[in-house]
Design a protein around this ligand. Structure first.
Ligand code: AR6
Length: 169
């Protein structure tokens, strides 16, 4: 059974085994939580990402998948990069968003990570409505068969925190 914790704050300040990054498929950085993780984690993370692009992920990391790198100077052992879907009014991409959580936990299990921090994947620049993003995140983690002992959702602002808290009630 994976315990779920909620924290309002900055994911780059968390002390956990693995920090999940809401990346884009280039793996080469961006804004939002991705920018914050690379800034605080330092250049070792980008070095690892470049190596992944030069080896297994020449075309980038597909949406819904996850891959790990060093966490550099962050207080964690690994960053698990996942690529959320952009929200679409035309098409239901919920399954891809659920896949981000499932695949990140699968990678965490492979690594032996016991504590994992997640941001609200896709709920920023990728435009996913926060309530729905929170529902998918919580449902998927609850249903996951994972050896991870604690999933910590780290929500940047109060609105995001409240959306996740509502799902746990
Ligand atoms: N700690 C915790 N949450 C954060 C932090 C932080 N330091 N910074 C932002 N958030 P976003 P996406 C929240 O935009 O929607 C990047 O350019 C933020 O308020 O980071 O998946 C990537 O390279 C929001 O609730 O990720 C991609 O191109 C949540 O994290 C694209 O953005 C996710 O917002 C991915 O967009």
């Amino acid at each position: 059974m994976t315990a779920i914790e909620l924290v309002q704050g900055d994911i780059t300040r968390q002390s956990v085994d693995a920090i999940v990054n809401a990346a884009n498929s280039s793996l080469l950085g961006g804004g939002g939580v991705d920018g914050a993780i690379h800034r605080r984690g330092g250049p070792a993370i980008l070095d690892d990402c470049r190596k992944l692009r030069a080896s297994d992920y020449g075309k980038g990391l597909p949406t819904g998948q996850a891959v790990a790198t060093t966490a550099g100077e962050l207080d964690a052992q690994w960053v698990i990069h996942t690529v959320g879907p952009r929200f679409s009014h035309q098409e239901d991409r919920s399954e891809l968003l659920a896949s981000c959580y499932r695949e990140s936990l699968r990678v965490a299990d492979e690594l032996g990570a016991r504590t994992v921090a997640f941001p609200a994947v896709s709920a920023g620049i990728y435009g996913w409505p926060m309530e729905d993003a929170a529902r998918i995140a919580v449902e998927t983690v609850r249903a996951a068969q994972s050896a991870v002992e604690e999933v910590r959702f780290v929500l940047f602002d109060e609105r995001a925190y409240e959306a996740f808290a509502a799902q746990l009630r």
